[in-house]
Unconditional design. Sequence first.
Length: 184
Amino acid sequence: MLLHHLIAFTAAVGSVSALDPLKDFCRLHSHRTAVFDRKLYIDGGFVNWAPLTASSVNETGSWLRVGNFDTPDLGFLNQPTLAKNESIPSVSSGILWPDTANKIIYAYGGEQEDSETPDERLWAHDVVYNTRNVSTPERILSVGQASWGAGATASDKALGYCYGGRPTNATETTILSTMIVYDI
């Protein structure tokens, strides 16, 4: 009996790891996105695997996908998954701020489902070299990170904005009435 359950568990784990975030999903939501050089960058968020049932749960997406607007694939963007090592937090409800002059996308805020202590650092994805770097500007640490806020970028002024939301990984549902302006 134990062997039967072990085999069933191993098969289930194997099937979950083989799921493709572009083919086997029913719903992707709460990710952070940015458009940069005619490419759509999609980071993290939640996935509900197909088929969607009453017992389906939100799983944190650990992928960084990029869709090129110039190469459509049957009416949907071709979205290869870029490498993202495990030290980079996978979050939902954060913001991506593209810095078009320096070819960098900054990742701000968001909820980390698998962590008691949120990562307060500002991550940056270098588009040219496909690398991730981290910085800890004092102004971000003093304000703290937010999730579920409204994000925008003024590329011509090199400014990233986050309005409202709530404190990242907060146990209470305090809504922020502030705007963070980040000088990219």
